[in-house]
Every structure is written in structure tokens, then in C-alpha cells.
Design a protein around this ligand. Structure first.
Ligand code: AMP
Length: 458
């Protein structure tokens, strides 16, 4: 069954309780997002649910709000060494964000919320879960550790949520999920969320859900509408120099930098980019699986507060990060799975804002680009490389901005003749507005929609 969505719905119309409505009011949310409007009524009615939705659509509240009400209504005791609602998330960051939402939304409902993730002290987790909790948000690995140690059981679970299920599969959590599904009571409610719906996910849904209601807010693998997508065709060995020029605004790109999230394919690749940027006087943080939990938290914290607004990430680490104000996503290396491209660029254009995605495509990545175009219908506007770029890469010449480029926002600070030196303008006057280049002769010019339709001539 698929639900229809009534655009005029308000939270009050969805059957939520007063404490939850009050918590929403405190958060300043007045209207449900489409996934919330579709999901809340059936979840409140106790149905299982399969939701196709990316991060940024409001899906956390879509499962958390009605679940809080169901937990309140059932009024069961908090089970010893167990939980009433279990939310599984693929990454530590996402688990932390979901737990925070649960605390916010459940503030007046009197429910205990905990989260457990890898990379932190197991003993602390054992202690904090000894008396049980109402809502537990966990990454699968850490949860199984505690279960194996007999420090936690799943027999109290009334509601099971699998969030970003496709990512959990990508990360190899399939065995953990199977094991967990065997340990939860058969009569629990299951809420399943995934950004994409590959065959394996369909199979899992068939196994774990009972007659689920299907809701969907974006067709799988459709690129967000508000993101302008650009493309540099650039050789592999030129990418670092191009990145430095772009970030220091010596080679301006559309949009005003607020926060820039850069994707590399490997952990090592992330570190290399960060190190080389640092050598050019451009501070950036890396976030990936080899970083300790405190390092990851610090990098995210600095990105969030814009203390350091450049973050270089692998797919896994960045998945589910919900940080408003990511103005640019730079695909330093293209992902080999088109859906991953959708996830990556979905980090920008959040909360109704516009965003810019820039792909650096080398000759040997053309096949990936083709796949991305085919799967997502994305249309890229090609951007020119700096005029004397090869000379810059080889360290024999300073770069000049290409002709007819709009203003230079940050004065270059060359270091001993080095091509790049500055960092993104952190106090940009255009923070809340549209990209600074809109209608100001951005490369390619023209209207936004037209630009999106125009293909790169690569
Ligand atoms: P999510 O997709 O759950 O990661 O949510 C994306 C962002 O939207 C989060 O920052 C939420 O706090 C925010 N959000 C969720 N629901 C609403 C709503 N109904 N109105 C405004 N913002 C919301």
C-alpha cells in the first residue's frame, strides 16, 4: 500500500499527542515535511513502514514522533538491560544526531534516551544501559558487542527502526542485522528507511516487515532540484592544484563559500588532500573511519561552528551528516556508484537553501560520470580551467583568473610563489542569500533552470 500526501496537513492533524506537539513548537516546526505527513499516521496506527527518503527530508522526526507517542501510550516499564525502541544507524555521527532528535522531540514525554556507538568506552555503555532505556540509538557493531557480553538484550523491543538501511548493507552490516532481527520479539513494529531501494533492501523489507506501508519522498536516485551542478574536466595530477585555486578563490566558482565538504574516495586520499592544503596555508579537517571518535567529533564541531569550514570526507563518514549551511560539495574524486553521488551532493541545499556541487572528473573517471548522468538525470555545466593551469600545476607560473570571471572575494596570499594561499571567506556577507554569482555573469551565465538543463560538452 502507498499513502497519498495532503499538502495542507498540519502536525495537529496527524494525531500526535500534546507533549510531542509542544516539543515541535519549541523546535519551531509548524508544518510536517512530506515524509512526516505520509509516515506519521500509519506509524501511530502501529503499521510497519518502508520509507524511501534521504537525510534532509525530515525522516528522523517521521519515525521518532509517532514512536514516542506509541511508547507513551503503551506505558510499559523500561526493561532491565534492554530497550523499548531500538534505532539502528550506520554511522556514529548519524546515531548521535538521531539520539539528539529523540531527546528534543521526547523532552516532555519523560522517556529515557541513550546512544551507543563504536570508538567509545564499552564499559561506560554497559554501565549506562544496566537499568535499561526507553529509546536506544546504536550502530550495529557496538550493539552486538554488548549483546555478546550479556550486557544487553533485545527482548524488550517494541519498535525496531533501521535507518539508512542501504548504507548499512554497503558497510557490511548484513550479518549484524540478521542477528539482531533474530533477537527482537516477533511482534514488534518495524520501520525501515533507505535512500535507495536495491534488490537486497527489498528482500530485507520482505523479511523484517509485516505488510508494510510504503512511503517515498524522492524517487530513488534523483538528484536534488535545488543543487546547481558543475564539472571540471581535469587530469588526476592537476586536481590538488585546482582544489587549492578554487578554495583560495583564485579561480572562483559559482556560489559563496560558507562550508565546503570535499569527498575523496579513500581515507588515505582524504589525509593527503588535507596535508597538501595545509602546506598551502589552507586549513582543513579530515573525517573518515581511521579517525578516533574525539577527532571525528572535533572535525564535525569545527565544521558546524565554521571554525574550520573545510571538511574532507569519505562517503562513509559523511553519510547522514546533517549540517545546515554546506554551500558547496566538491567531488574531488567521483564515486563509482551513482547513488553515492546523490548522497554526497545531498549534504548541500538542505533546509530549503540552494547548493552547489562541483565534480572534478579525470579521464579515467569518465565512465563514472556517464553512470551518474544516466542514473540521476544530472546535467552538469562545465567550468573552464584556469588559463595557464598546466604551468601552475608544474610550478612554473602564477595563475590568472580566467577572463570574465566575477569578482575575487579573497585576496590571494601566495606563499613563496605557491599558487594558492587563502582560505574560504568565513564571514561572507552573502551568507543567507543566493549564491553570489547568481545573475552576475557566472561562468556560463543564464537562468538557473536553463543551466541545469544544459549538458556539459565533454
Ligand atoms: P533529517 O532528514 O531527519 O536528517 O532532518 C533534516 C533536518 O530538517 C533536521 O535538521 C531537522 O531538524 C529538520 N526538520 C525536520 N522536520 C522538520 C519540520 N517539520 N520543519 C522544519 N524542519 C524540520
Amino acid at each position: 500500500m502507498t499513502t497519498t500526501f495532503d499538502q495542507s496537513l498540519r502536525f495537529e492533524d496527524l494525531g500526535l499527542s500534546q507533549p510531542v506537539l509542544q516539543a515541535l513548537d519549541m523546535k519551531g516546526y509548524s508544518e510536517p515535511t512530506p515524509i512526516q505527513a505520509q509516515a506519521i499516521p500509519p506509524v501511530l496506527a502501529g503499521r510497519d513502514l518502508m520509507g524511501i527518503a534521504q537525510t534532509g527530508t525530515g525522516k528522523t522526526a517521521a519515525f521518532m514522533l509517532p514512536s514516542i507517542d506509541r511508547l507513551r501510550d503503551a506505558d510499559n516499564q523500561t526493561p532491565f538491560k534492554s530497550c523499548r525502541m531500538l534505532v539502528l544507524a550506520p554511522t556514529r555521527e548519524l546515531a548521535g544526531q538521531i539520539a539528539q532528535s529523540a531527546k528534543d522531540y521526547g523532552a516532555l514525554a519523560g522517556l529515557k534516551v541513550h546512544s551507543i556507538v563504536g570508538g567509545t568506552s564499552v564499559n561506560k555503555d554497559r554501565n549506562k544501559l544496566h537499568r535499561g532505556t526507553d529509546i536506544l540509538v546504536a550502530t550495529p557493531g557496538r550493539l552486538l558487542d554488548l549483546i555478546d557480553q550479556k550486557a544487553f538484550r533485545l527482548d524488550g523491543v517494541e519498535i525496531l527502526v533501521l535507518d539508512e538501511a542501504d548504507q548499512m548493507l554497503d558497510l557490511g552490516f548484513i550479518h549484524a542485522l540478521r542477528k539482531i532481527s533474530e533477537l527482537v520479539p516477533a511482534g514488534r513494529q518495524t520501520l525501515f528507511f533507505s535512500a535507495t531501494m536495491p534488490g537486497q533492501i527489498k528482500e530485507l523489507v520482505g523479511k523484517y516487515c509485516h505488510d508494510p506501508v510504503h512511503v517515498s519522498v524522492t524517487p530513488a536516485a534523483t538528484t536534488a532540484e535545488r543543487i546547481d551542478q558543475y564539472l571540471f574536466m581535469v587530469q588526476q595530477d592537476e586536481k590538488q592544484a585546482l582544489l587549492e585555486l578554487v578554495l583560495s578563490e583564485r579561480h572562483p566558482v559559482p556560489g559563496s563559500f560558507e562550508r565546503v565538504l570535499i569527498f575523496a574516495r579513500t581515507k588515505h586520499g582524504c589525509d593527503r588532500v588535507v596535508k597538501k592544503l595545509a602546506q598551502r596555508g589552507i586549513p582543513a579537517n579530515a573525517i573518515h573511519g581511521n579517525k578516533s571518535q574525539p577527532q571525528r567529533e572535533r572535525a564535525l564541531g569545527e565544521f558546524k561552528s565554521a571554525k574550520n569550514p573545510i571538511l574532507v570526507a569519505t562517503d562513509v563518514a559523511a553519510r547522514g551528516i546533517d549540517i545546515p549551511g554546506v554551500s558547496h560539495v566538491i567531488n574531488y574524486e567521483l564515486p563509482n556508484v551513482p547513488e553515492q553521488y546523490v548522497h554526497r551532493i545531498g549534504r548541500t541545499a538542505r533546509a530549503g537553501r540552494d547548493g552547489v556541487a562541483i565534480a572534478f572528473c579525470a579521464e579515467d573517471e569518465r565512465a563514472y560520470l556517464k553512470d551518474i548522468r544516466k542514473t540521476t538525470d544530472a546535467e552538469f555545466e562545465r567550468l573552464p580551467l584556469p588559463e595557464n593551469f598546466r604551468a601552475v600545476v608544474e610550478g612554473v607560473g602564477p595563475t590568472k583568473p580566467p577572463p570574465k570571471q566575477p569578482r575575487q572575494r579573497v585576496q590571494p596570499k601566495p606563499k613563496g610563489g605557491a599558487p594558492a594561499g587563502g582560505k574560504p571567506n568565513r564571514k561572507h556577507p552573502n551568507r543567507k542569500g543566493k549564491p553570489a554569482h547568481a545573475g552576475q555573469g557566472r561562468p556560463g551565465g543564464g537562468q538557473r533552470r536553463n543551466r541545469r538543463r544544459r549538458s556539459a560538452n565533454s
